[in-house]
Ligand binder design. Structure first.
Ligand code: AMP
Length: 221
């Protein structure tokens, strides 16, 4: 089953993707993580991408398309995946569809009110070793990653000023492409203002009732 996670930045797509991935043994592919790995490796594309990401702007299409095509051609994603962060503009959607980069079975559209999104921004922490996402708003008192004991880090674009731009860019450039997936009957929308476990339960219930071909059988294993 090929999933695409859809929603505003801070909607919890990455957290839900990780929970789905763990329970259904699917690899996750996050465009943002691929870009951050490229920055960390110090390669030329990474240096260029960082200047866009720090402002909350879209990285140029040639760069993201080349990276995602490479990732989607690897062996481990041929029997299902959870994709997050691509396509993200009408131009990227056009390339995705015309070049048949991948088939998507279901789009999980995660909706969260703006004030809740904003309240999550400064609390997000990501494990530097395994990528586990934690939010200090959950009040669980974690100082180290509960999964692997790794150090938590904060993303340089997780501040209110950059967030406002990231949200505007989402509304203007990303949200319109949802219509394409709606027209294909592939969108399952969930409300996700609650803590992750509650949102995850809602997601599974919505997927169960979605009527998407093969979904019930997939979830029931
Ligand atoms: P994310 O981790 O999904 O919040 O993405 C972080 C940042 O990476 C975004 O604000 C963009 O600057 C960049 N980015 C992620 N996905 C894409 C994409 N599909 N196209 C262009 N830029 C992207």
């Amino acid at each position: 089953m090929n999933f695409l996670m859809f929603g505003a930045p801070m909607a919890g797509k990455g957290t839900l993707a990780n929970m789905l991935a763990e329970n259904y043994k699917l690899p996750t592919i996050s465009m943002g993580d691929i870009l951050r790995a490229s920055i960390a490796s110090g390669d030329e594309n990474g240096v260029m991408a960082k200047s866009y990401m720090d402002k909350g702007e879209m990285v140029p299409i040639e760069v993201v398309c080349a990276m995602i095509k490479k990732r989607l051609s690897q062996d481990d994603v041929q029997n299902g995946f959870i994709l997050d962060g691509f396509p993200r503009t009408p131009e990227q959607l056009e390339v995705f569809v015309n070049e048949k980069i991948a088939n998507i079975d279901v789009v999980v559209n995660v909706e969260v009110p703006y004030d809740v999104l904003l309240s999550r921004v400064v609390g997000r922490r990501t494990c530097k070793s395994c990528g586990y996402i934690y939010n200090t708003n959950w009040n669980l008192g974690y100082e180290k990653c509960p999964k692997c004991g790794g150090e938590f880090g904060m993303r340089s674009d997780d501040n209110e000023e950059t967030y406002k731009n990231r949200y505007d860019v989402y509304q203007r450039e990303t949200l319109p492409i949802l219509d394409y997936f709606k027209s294909e009957g592939k969108v399952v929308t969930i409300q996700s203002a609650e803590a992750p476990e509650e949102s995850y339960k809602n997601t599974i219930n919505a997927l169960m009732e979605s009527g998407i071909s093969g979904m019930k059988e997939f979830l029931e294993g």
